[in-house]
Ligand binder design. Structure first.
Ligand code: OAD
Length: 246
């Protein structure tokens, strides 16, 4: 009953979304692939580069703060040059018509630029915050129209850093996420390898409580696949406009 098989997976997935009262949507790096934002894993993934790995941990930022700032500024500018694609736009239109809770692991800001109110679980490269937890300075969501800031906090004078979650740090919007997991009756996973613990655990939890799980990914298999009700194989920028009928 909870598996949709056969050729017409897209129709099966569409039916699920049409009948769901509220859908939890979780996106990963794959949704931004067609926009030109690099992914994390795989042959050309960012984790292959030692310099990126070095600054994925807070320790790297403490040891070489200026180089960490410059590296993340470079990433921020690269993301800003990328444009939202049809996948981001399809989700924004769908969210304007249906009850959805959209959470993303991406820090590129492309969901917001496509018009979605996404919960950014790993923060955003488009915001800055003070390194001091006591200061709590956080910049406005978008500095696109403003000058690139210096790397010093305008409030307390300590260093600023990009407002992204590094390894060992607390994921954002956790309470909202838990609430959405409790209340949504369908889960749509888009473009994530499912390697990050909360995603893999989430999929299992949905299936164990007999709720629907749809996966959109061109990969033949991800760690989430055994737990999905329907796996639609293909790129998000092509599948989502069809699946969400926008
Ligand atoms: P990954 O790079 O691990 O996985 C990207 C997924 O997108 C893969 O499963 C690809 O098959 C799929 N993909 C590729 N092209 C696609 C397309 N056009 N449409 C749809 N899917 C496509 O990225 P995430 O799973 O998002 O965390 O990784 C999550 C987290 O891992 C990141 O946020 C980062 C990293 O460790 C932190 O930095 C804290």
């Amino acid at each position: 009953m909870f598996f949709v098989t056969g050729r017409n997976k897209l129709n099966g997935a569409r039916d699920i979304l049409a009948t769901a009262r509220q859908t939890l949507i979780v996106t990963g790096a794959g949704i931004s692939a067609a926009s030109g934002v690099p992914m994390f894993r795989g042959r050309h993934g960012l984790w292959r580069y030692p310099e990126f790995w070095k600054f994925a941990h807070p320790r790297g930022h403490e040891r070489e703060p200026q180089l960490a700032w410059d590296t993340f500024e470079y990433a921020r500018v690269l993301c800003e040059l990328c444009q939202p694609n049809d996948g981001h736009r399809a989700l924004a239109t769908f969210a304007s018509r249906r009850a959805v809770c959209l959470f993303t692991q991406n820090v590129d800001g492309l969901h917001a630029r496509a018009g979605s109110e996404a919960h950014e679980m790993h923060g955003s490269l488009q915001r800055y915050r003070c390194v001091s937890e006591l200061c709590r300075y956080s910049s406005l969501p978008s500095l696109r129209q403003q000058q690139v800031p210096t790397s010093w906090c305008p409030s307390c004078g300590r260093r600023l850093r990009h407002d992204v979650v590094l390894f060992g740090e607390q994921v954002r919007c956790w309470d909202d996420y838990q609430q959405a997991i409790r209340t949504c009756d369908a889960l749509l996973l888009v473009g994530t390898s499912g390697m990050v613990t909360n995603t893999a655990g989430l999929v299992r939890r949905f299936r164990q409580t007999r709720r629907w799980v749809i996966e959109v990914n061109p990969a033949l298999f991800t760690p989430a696949t055994p737990w999905t009700s329907v796996s639609v194989r293909g790129p998000a920028e092509e599948i989502l406009p069809e699946l969400l009928e926008v």
